[in-house]
Design a binder for this molecule. Structure first.
Ligand code: LLP
Length: 384
C-alpha cells in the first residue's frame, strides 16, 4: 500500500511532518453521517483529537458540531466556522475566562462535573444576565476495559459526578437560577474496540433516567461521549471504523424518549486513520545486540508510544528490500523516545521515508517543543 503516499512530493518537504489523507477523512465523515442520520443522532467532533485548522474545517463542512475542552478549543472551533449553537464545552477544570467565553458566544451547552463548578457557572451567567444551558457529566461507573491512562468512567477517576452524589447535585441545581439543566453526559474511555461497555453504558443511563424521573426530571439531551476505537494493526484494511455496528448498539439498547436528542463526541474514530507521521531515516545504527533505525521524528511529534506504550504500524515507504528487524527510535535525549522495538521493516537506509500510521488522532495536537524542536508542519493529499 505504498501507493497511498506521494513519495516524489515528499522529497521536496522538510521532514518530519504530518500527512493527512483528506479523501479518507471525507469518506469517514460521510460514513458516520449516514449511520448517525439513520437514528437522528447528533455528532460533535472531539476537537482534542486533532485541531488542525484544515481538518476542523473539513469536519465542519460535513455539518458536525464540536466538543471542546478548553477556551482555546472553543476559539479553534469558532475560527473553523463551527456554529456556536453546535459547540459543547466539557472539562473537569474550566477556568472563569473559559466559562465567560462560552457564555459570551452562547454555546449550546456546558458539560458540568461538580457542584463548585455549577456554582461558578451560575455566578458568571448571573453577572451577564444569561441562563447557562448545562448537562451533568455523570460518572457511570462502567468499566471500559481500555488502557488505564484513557479509562474515565470508573469511580476513582477524576471525571464526572459520582452516582451516589447525583441527588446532592440535583438539590443544588434547584437553587441556581441562572443554570438550566438540559441534559446528561457520559464518557467511559477511549480506544474501545469491544462494544459491550457501550451496551452497559446504555443500561446505566436508563437507570439514571429512572432516578431522575422520580424527581420529575426528564432531560432533553443524552450525550454518550466518544470512545470508539480504531484498528491500529490494520490501517489499510480497516481504514473506516464500523460506525454502523457502533450506533446499532445504542439504537438497540437505549430507547429514546419523545422529544429527546442523542449526542456523541467521537474524536479518534473520525481522524485517527487519515493521518500519518512522515519521517526520514537519519541513521541505521548497528548496536551490539540489535539494529536501530534512528528517525528525525521523536516523541515530540508523536508521544503516544512513549506515553501510553501505544502501538502504531510503521512502514518503510522507500524500500522494497527484504525485511530486517529493528528498534525504531527518535532523536530526543530520553530512552523512552522509542516508537517500536524489534519490528520488521524492509531493509532500511539513511534517507528512507518512514510512515507511522494511524497518527491522525492525538498526534499533531500532542506535539511539543521539547529539546527546542519545531512543531511539525502538516500537508494534505488533495493539496500536494
Ligand atoms: N468526550 C470526552 C468527554 C472525552 O474525554 C474524550 C476523550 C472524547 C469525547 C473523545 O474520545 P475518542 O472518541 O477520541 O476516544 N490522548 C489519548 C486519548 C485521550 C482521550 C481523552 N478523552 C490517546 O492518545 O490515546
Amino acid at each position: 500500500m505504498k501507493g497511498i503516499f506521494p513519495i516524489d512530493k515528499f522529497r521536496q518537504i522538510q521532514t518530519p511532518f504530518y500527512f493527512y489523507n483528506t479523501e479518507l477523512l471525507r469518506e469517514t465523515l460521510k460514513n458516520i453521517n449516514t449511520e448517525a442520520n439513520k437514528y437522528n443522532y447528533h455528532i460533535h467532533y472531539a476537537v482534542k483529537a486533532n485541531a488542525n485548522p484544515r481538518i476542523l474545517s473539513i469536519i465542519r463542512e460535513q455539518g458536525l458540531g464540536a466538543d471542546c475542552v478548553s477556551g482555546g478549543e472553543i476559539q479553534a472551533a469558532l475560527n473553523a466556522g463551527f456554529p456556536s449553537e453546535k459547540i459543547v464545552f466539557a472539562g473537569v477544570g474550566k477556568a472563569d475566562w473559559e466559562i465567560n467565553l462560552g457564555l459570551d458566544k452562547n454555546i449550546f451547552c456546558f458539560n458540568a462535573e461538580s457542584i463548585p463548578e455549577l456554582e461558578v457557572i451560575n455566578e458568571l451567567a448571573t453577572a451577564k444576565g444569561k441562563i447557562a444551558r448545562v448537562a451533568l457529566r455523570i460518572n457511570p461507573e462502567v468499566n471500559a476495559h481500555t488502557h488505564h491512562h484513557i479509562t474515565t468512567g470508573l469511580k476513582e477517576n477524576k471525571f464526572g459526578i459520582n452516582l451516589d452524589q447525583l441527588d446532592k447535585v440535583l438539590d443544588c441545581l434547584e437553587t441556581l437560577a441562572s443554570v438550566q439543566l438540559i441534559g446528561i453526559h457520559f464518557h467511559i474511555g477511549s480506544q474501545l474496540t469491544d462494544l459491550e461497555p457501550f451496551q452497559a453504558l446504555c443500561n446505566r443511563v436508563i437507570e439514571i433516567q429512572q432516578q431522575l424521573a422520580k424527581r420529575k426530571i426528564t432531560v432533553e439531551h443524552i450525550n454518550f461521549g466518544g470512545g470508539l476505537g480504531i484498528d491500529y494493526d490494520h490501517p489499510n484494511r480497516n481504514s473506516i471504523p464500523d460506525f454502523k455496528e457502533y450506533f446499532e448498539v445504542f439504537h438497540k439498547h437505549f430507547p429514546v424518549l419523545p422529544n429527546q436528542q442523542v449526542h456523541f463526541e467521537p474524536g479518534r474514530s473520525i481522524v485517527g486513520q487519515c493521518g500519518s507521521l512522515i519521517s526520514k531515516v537519519l541513521y541505521v545504527k548497528e548496536g551490539s545486540v540489535k539494529k536501530f533505525v534512528v528517525l528525525d521524528a521523536g516523541f515530540t511529534e508523536l508521544i503516544r508510544p512513549a506515553f501510553y506504550e501505544a502501538y502504531h504500524k510503521i512502514e518503510n515507504i522507500s524500500s522494497e528490500e527484504p525485511q530486517e528487524t529493528y528498534d525504531v527510535v527518535g532523536p530526543i535525549c530520553e530512552s523512552s523516545d522509542c516508537f517500536a522495538k524489534q519490528i520488521d521493516l524492509n531493509k532500511t537506509h539513511r534517507g528512507d521515508f518512514v510512515a507511522i500510521r494511524s497518527a491522525g488522532a492525538y498526534g499533531e495536537i500532542m506535539a511539543s517543543q521539547y529539546n527546542c524542536r519545531q512543531l511539525p508542519q502538516s500537508y494534505f493529499s488533495d493539496l500536494l
